[in-house]
Design a protein around this ligand. Structure first.
Ligand SMILES: [Zn+2]
Length: 72
């Protein structure tokens, strides 16, 4: 077990993250590049929507199933 607990990326939230939101802004990132946000159960939808309406959201994966792509 890691002592580094992942924390939700939502503003002001200190809950443990259980989701990884992978996103890409085509204006500033190459297509293969993935930025990630972490989300607790409560903020997954909020953060997904934020990215979704901008067309940035690529993937939502359970934290334990997330494997960061090479070079990210
Ligand atoms: Zn949260």
């Amino acid at each position: 077990m890691s002592d580094e607990t992942p924390i939700c990326s939502a503003k002001g939230c200190r809950d443990a993250a259980v989701w990884v939101l992978a996103w890409n802004n085509p204006k500033i990132h190459t297509p293969e590049r993935r930025k990630t946000w972490l989300a607790c159960e409560e903020h997954r939808e909020h953060l997904s929507q934020f990215l979704g309406v901008r067309g940035f959201l690529k993937d939502v994966v359970r934290f334990e199933q997330w494997e960061a792509p090479e070079g990210s």
